[in-house]
Design a protein around this ligand. Structure first.
Ligand code: ZN
Length: 93
């Protein structure tokens, strides 16, 4: 058996698995969070935010900071919070 060939297969399988898993989760726009998705809790917050604020609806011009900007599911807040993110493969692969 050619070891290099096996290695290629292993890498291909791992990459396919990663992208398949990532497609089921919300990924970050930051490159340093490659391979990470929102935790289930953060994902629920994000969905609630999208539902209640339609992904925005900032009203800081009325009373800053508004409920939209301070919502834990606001993507901007989540991008800045490391606790919202987890590796796609728990425990590494
Ligand atoms: Zn606002």
């Amino acid at each position: 058996m050619d070891a290099g060939f096996n290695e290629q297969i292993a890498r291909y399988v791992r990459e396919s698995l990663l992208s398949w898993l990532a497609s089921d989760g919300t990924t970050s726009e930051y490159t340093f969070r490659i391979g990470m998705v929102l935790t289930p809790e953060a994902k629920a917050n994000r969905e609630e935010f999208m539902r209640e604020y339609d992904g925005g609806n900032c009203s800081c011009h009325l009373s800053p900071p508004c409920f939209s900007c301070t919502h834990p599911g606001n993507p901007r807040n989540q991008e800045e919070d490391d606790d919202c993110w987890m590796p796609v493969l728990k425990g590494g692969a």
